[in-house]
Structure formats: C-alpha cells, structure tokens
Design a protein around this ligand. Structure first.
Ligand SMILES: *Cc1c(COP(=O)(O)O)cnc(C)c1O
Ligand code: SF4
Length: 440
C-alpha cells in the first residue's frame, strides 16, 4: 500500500488492477449507472477494504461502486440505449439530468435552512436546530467517495445551483455573535477533511476567538477515517492537523469528529486504528454515525459488532440513520419496521457503553424523527415516534403515533394513527414557523 492518494472515478477506474475480477455485466453497470450517480473511490479502499474475491456481495464494493439495481430498470435501459447508440454529449447530458431530477436531489427542504443576515443569504450555512449551525466551507465540498445514497450527491454531479458554499468565515463569525444560543458549529460538506490543514485552520481559528465564547463545541463530519485514514497519519500536513486539534482542545472547546462508519470492515485496518489513536491523543472525541443500508449493514450483528469495536477503539456510537429519500435509495432502503428491528436487536446485545447510539432516525423537514418502535394500542398497530431534533424545539421528545404501514420507508409515507387528521406538530400554524431564533 502506498500512502499516495490515487482517486478513481468513471474516467479512470479501469486502471484499478483488481478490476479484471469484474464480469462484463458489472462493468456495463458501472458505465451506465455511473453516468447518473457519480462515483469515486481511492487506492486505500480498493486495496485495503474491498474483498475482491466476493465482489458480488462485498459491502465495501457496493458502498463505492455503482451496481445495476441502483437505477430503475427503465432509467437504466434509457441510458444504456443512448450509450450503445453513441449518442452525443448534449443528448446524454439532457437525459441524465432528467433522471437525476427524479431522484429527489435536494431532500428535506434544505433550502429552508439557509439563514439571512442584513438581507444577505448565508449560502454556506444551514441553521435548522437552535443550538447547532452547519457550515459548508467552500473548499471542503468534495468527498473521498460519492455515496449514491447520500443527499450530497447532486453537488458532486455538477448540479451546481444546489451546491452550498461560502468563503466568508467572517460572515459566519458575525452570525454566531448575533445568535448566542448557538453552541455548536458542525463543519460539513462534502467532507471538510478533504481540505488541507492550512485552510481548515483558518476556519477553525476564527471560531477560537475569545468573543465567540458561546461556541462550546466544534464538530467535523467526515468519512476520512474510513476512506483515507492517512489524512491523520501520513499526509504531509497530518501533523499540523493533529496540532490544530490539540489547540482547539487546549482552548477549552470540545472537538468532536463525527465519523461515518457503515461497516465493521472499515474499523479493522491498522491504518484506521492508528488514525483513531492519534486523534484521541489530541483530546478530540470521535462520534460515529451511519445510515442503515440494505445490502451493506442490514443485520443486527453487524451493528453490534461495529458499536463494540468502536467503543473498544475509544469512539462513541452516536446515530443510526434511516437511508435518506434520495439518489439510489431504492437499492438501499428498508421498511421502517425492519430498521427498528435491526436497531433493537443490535442494541439489546451490547452493553450500556455502546448505548449512546440513537436511532433509527430520519432527517426530515420537521426534524430528526426516531422510530421508537411498533406497538399495538387498543387493537391498532402503530409506529411510536419522537423528535430527536425538531425545527421547533418544543416538539422534541414527545412520543407520537403513526398508523403502522409495513411498506413505509420514510416519514412522508406515514399517516397519523387513531383516525387523527394531522400529527401534533402540524396542528395550529399551517406553515411551519420559520425558526424564531433566527435573525431578522
Ligand atoms: C443532524 C443535524 C444537526 C446536528 O444534530 P445533533 O443531534 O446535535 O447531532 C444539525 N443540523 C442539521 C440540519 C442536522 O440535520
Ligand atoms: S458525505 Fe459521507 S455519505 Fe455523503 S458522499 Fe461523502 S462520504 Fe458518502
């Protein structure tokens, strides 16, 4: 394994030495699906994580490469036909765009969360929950992988009007000064760890200024531990990076790396374990999260093993998400009942130190909604739900009920139980009130 990053996309994946293990059908699928759902991987993933002896079912392969079933048959056939006919770029692009627009490229109304200050839209900021501001630094809007189930896929596919980015850390600082209820800034992307240390520290240093004493926690959402752990150990500025982490902690701030891990395999290499150790030595915490995905991690044993392993390594299990209603969800989605069962059966076999994890949780327009379970109340089978986070904080932690539906895979397919017309949070004000904690 060399420590020099080599990235692979549709353009050059055929140079991956192991690619000869793929059947013609699999290559065709990459060519066809890869036009619609962009993909990207690297030499660490192909050499250390993918098991090329069982690519038909290997979860790491499925996570990073397109498979035929990720597109609806008719969409697949349309693109295949165009490719076979040698259609020109404009024709192909047009069709690709049409299909992408059918894949819900901007779920959960993210555009509602962009705040304004002095009539300027803070395009690189999302503020949905009172205490936490999401920040999308413009240099961090790419990822080590382009997961097709991720709501970020449009920004990787050149649908640039959907791309949230902001250069101005100053604007963010001003916004935080005026919104002193905010305690957390969560760097997200893309993957902020694709930025070099110099740029990242410019952003982070601004948050360490004494007047921002309301900011207690800086979080960084990243897949780098899974897909490029050398970011923390061997890259040429990884030492500076660890020093930056140390400085944040020394300043009395809580630094949390929100690491995406979807499968225990990602925790098994020497490289990732060394990276975790180095991060932990700086005093930063690592909190872990992943969506629950069919064909990847849809068994309770996988989660139980993953949470145990994470705790062994000093990480804190944090969220299990329901696969979002976007991109290739059709391939990865599971009914909510199944999600809950995977969660419950995993949760019950681990000790309390792993039970910091919460889920399964859906990030929807009104908030993060957890499936607490399925119950029968006076003869009616229902889902018991609650908000882990709400657009309106008053909604949080109040159990509520939806009619049981064995097929539902997302909150918008659920209806209120017990003959009610609306869920409790939909009553009263018709339009969800814009967050009162926002300025102007
Ligand atoms: C998940 C999420 C957060 C962070 O929520 P926590 O529960 O504090 O981790 C913040 N903003 C948005 C928009 C989110 O989806
Ligand atoms: S943000 Fe995470 S889930 Fe989304 S594409 Fe990047 S690595 Fe994949």
């Amino acid at each position: 394994m060399t420590y020099k990053l080599k990235t692979y996309t549709l353009r050059n994946y055929k140079t991956i030495p192991q690619i000869e293990n793929l059947s013609d059908e699999m290559i065709e699928a990459i060519e066809v699906v890869g036009r619609v759902l962009p993909f990207k991987t690297n030499n660490y993933v192909t050499e250390e994580l993918i098991d090329w002896t069982r690519i038909d079912s290997d979860p790491m392969f499925t996570l990073t490469f397109p498979r035929r079933e990720m597109l609806e048959k008719k969409h697949y056939n349309t693109i295949k036909r165009l490719l076979d006919q040698g259609a020109d770029k404009a024709t192909l692009d047009k069709k690709v765009h049409e299909i992408r627009m059918k894949l819900n490229p901007n779920p959960a109304g993210q555009e509602h969360n962009v705040p304004e200050m002095n009539n300027i839209k803070l395009k690189g900021v999302q503020h949905k929950y009172a205490e936490t501001v999401l920040f999308f630094p413009s240099q961090g809007q790419t990822c080590h992988a382009y997961c097709s189930f991720c709501f970020r896929w449009p920004q990787f596919s050149g649908m640039s009007n959907l791309r949230f980015a902001m250069n101005e850390i100053n604007l963010l600082s001003q916004y935080l000064l005026r919104n002193n209820k905010v305690t957390d800034v969560l760097f997200t992307g893309g993957d902020p760890m694709t930025m070099n240390t110099r740029i990242l520290s410019t952003y982070i240093n601004a948050l360490l200024e004494p007047e921002l004493k309301n900011i207690h926690t800086i979080r960084i959402g990243t897949k780098a531990l899974s897909y490029w752990p050398y970011r923390f150990t061997k890259d040429k500025d990884s030492e500076e990076l660890l020093k930056l982490f140390e400085r944040v902690v020394k300043k009395g701030k809580n630094l949390a790396i929100q690491a995406h891990f979807s499968h225990p395999t990602e925790l098994k290499t020497f490289a990732v374990q060394e990276a975790i150790k180095k991060i932990r030595t700086t005093g930063a915490q690592i909190r872990t999260q992943s969506p629950l995905l069919k064909n990847i991690n849809d068994k309770p044993e996988i989660w139980a093993e993953m949470w145990r392993k994470q705790v062994d390594l000093g990480c804190i299990p944090y969220y299990m998400f329901v696969a979002r209603d976007t991109g290739s969800k059709r391939y990865f989605e599971l009914p909510l009942d199944k999600c809950w069962n995977v969660f419950r059966k995993a949760y019950r076999q681990v000790s309390g130190v792993c039970r910091t994890v919460r889920g399964p949780s859906m990030s929807c327009e009104p908030g993060k909604i957890q499936v607490l379970g399925v119950q029968e109340v006076k003869g009616e089978k229902v889902y018991v739900l609650r908000f882990l986070q709400g657009r309106d904080a008053n909604w949080v932690n109040i159990p509520f009920f939806a009619k049981y539906d064995p097929k539902a895979t997302w909150f918008d397919q659920l209806e209120p139980a017990f003959g009610e017309e609306k869920f409790f949070f939909e009553k009263g004000n018709e339009k969800t009130k814009v967050r009162e904690f926002m300025l102007e």
